[in-house]
Design a binder for this molecule. Structure first.
Ligand code: AMP
Length: 426
């Protein structure tokens, strides 16, 4: 038997109703903040991720689904392609390709699958879904302002509130800019020199190639060593320090709670200045529900114009998990179940169903071969509270038997009054 590939999964009803609820709520919130949707391809040239996410990151060094795509015609050339492991790189590529700087400040959001070859476990999949947003544009359009950072963070708290997710925790840090990074990397390298030999193989490599990535290490034995390393906060230059101060001031004035986590550097190379993560208590080991930050140099490093930006990505799978922990599942039930009774009644039932559905009712139908008892059982199983009987007599009278399965009460309702009657009783 062929099964879904390890790390991928099918989303089945009724869980998909929860996904739809999440996506609808998210779109409503984005609208209030004047964000607009962008959709980019699910695969890109491999180089895009190598140059943005960073060669030394776990994502690029071991988690990407990459293949050599052979030329199909002489006019084409073969190229290395990769299923997107995240969507910021794709959005910035599109920003450059379509000259979106001409639009001033772009406030974009996306919802879609991402792919990483990680070890699957609860809350961690190889195909997972992200809901993300990017605010990007020329500095003259205000893209660099700490007001953007604060707006993004405040939006996220509104979003979590609207979804009914409680017990989240916002962790905040500033990872500085390219200037600070030179001095900091130097200090880290020095501090790591005498201790790296006692660390895991990954850290030994990172200590030389990209010391910042040591903070991504999850190996328990390495943690006490990592605790002793210098913190980026001590290396921020004056503009970066002030930027971070202002983000915090606005957050306090709008009443958004946060904690400074000076170890938070995020696992991707493109971040500058503000970096953040929201964690959630109910999620266990994979407790990061979303993450993001500023990436002021990303566009330029991909050959584009200067375009400061800030964004986030929410793990939709984990968001749904957190919702399942804290709320009752949303389930859509039919408002009415139509039971066609006897030969020829399927077409009459279909006509009625069409009328009622056009008035926004959720309608399910049986089959004229069903005995009434079977229709009742099916309606009950589906959670419908009303059953509408369509037989010869009803058609002649143009009035239908509507039975309430909870109370057992049955009334005859003229065709023209059916929709309103169902609406009030369902
Ligand atoms: P990142 O791009 O790594 O910062 O991820 C942003 C968010 O996506 C994380 O906070 C998680 O909620 C989610 N996420 C990342 N990787 C996975 C995965 N393999 N499975 C499920 N969710 C993930």
């Amino acid at each position: 038997m062929i099964k879904a590939v390890r790390g991928t999964r099918d989303l089945l009803p009724p869980e998909t109703a929860l996904w739809n609820f999440v996506e609808k709520t998210v779109r409503d919130v984005f609208r209030a903040y004047n964000f607009h949707e962008i959709r980019t391809p699910i695969f890109e040239e491999t180089q895009l991720f190598a140059r943005s996410v960073g060669e030394e990151t776990d994502i690029v060094s071991k988690e990407m689904f990459t293949w050599e795509d052979h030329a199909r015609a002489q006019s084409e050339k073969g190229q290395s392609l990769t299923l997107r492991p995240e969507n910021t790189a794709g959005v910035v590529r599109a920003y450059i390709e379509h000259k979106l700087e001409q639009r001033g400040l772009n406030k974009l959001y996306y919802i879609g699958p991402q792919f990483r070859r990680e070890r699957p476990q609860k809350g961690r999949y190889r195909q997972f879904y992200q809901i993300g947003a990017e605010v990007i544009g020329p500095a003259s359009a205000g893209s660099e302002s700490p007001a953007r950072d604060a707006e993004i963070l405040e939006l996220l708290t509104t979003l979590l509130d609207r979804l009914g997710i409680k017990n989240w925790n916002l962790e905040l840090n500033s990872v500085g800019c390219a200037n600070d990074r030179v001095a900091y990397n130097e200090a880290l390298r020095k501090a790591l020199e005498p201790v790296a030999a006692n660390m895991c193989a990954d850290c030994q490599r990172r200590a030389v190639t990209n010391p910042l990535r040591v903070f991504d290490c999850k190996v328990p034995a390495d943690q006490p060593i990592i605790e002793t390393l210098p913190r980026i906060g001590e290396f921020l230059d004056e503009p970066c320090r002030q930027h971070f101060e202002q983000v915090q001031t606005i957050l306090k004035s709008v009443g958004v709670d946060f904690q400074i986590n000076s170890r938070l550097v995020r696992g991707l190379d493109y971040y500058t200045r503000t970096a953040f993560e929201f964690t959630h208590g109910a999620l266990g080991a994979q407790n990061a529900i979303l993450g993001g930050g500023r990436y002021d140099g990303l566009s330029e490093s991909l050959g584009g114009p200067a375009a400061p930006g800030i964004g986030f990505a929410i793990g939709e799978d984990r968001l749904v998990l957190a919702l399942q922990e804290s709320a009752n599942a949303v389930q859509i039930k039919p408002d009415v179940y139509i039971a066609p009774l006897g030969a020829g009644m399927n077409s009459e039932a279909a006509k009625l169903a069409r009328e009622l559905r056009r008035q926004d009712l959720v309608v399910e139908m049986g089959d004229e071969s069903f005995r009434l008892k079977k229709s009742f059982e099916t309606a009950t199983k589906l959670g419908a509270r009303l059953i509408l009987i369509v037989g010869e007599n009803e058609i002649k009278a143009n009035a239908f038997a509507l039975k309430n399965l909870d109370t057992g009460k049955q009334t005859s309702v003229p065709r023209a009054e059916l929709a309103s009657k169902i609406q009030v009783s369902a």
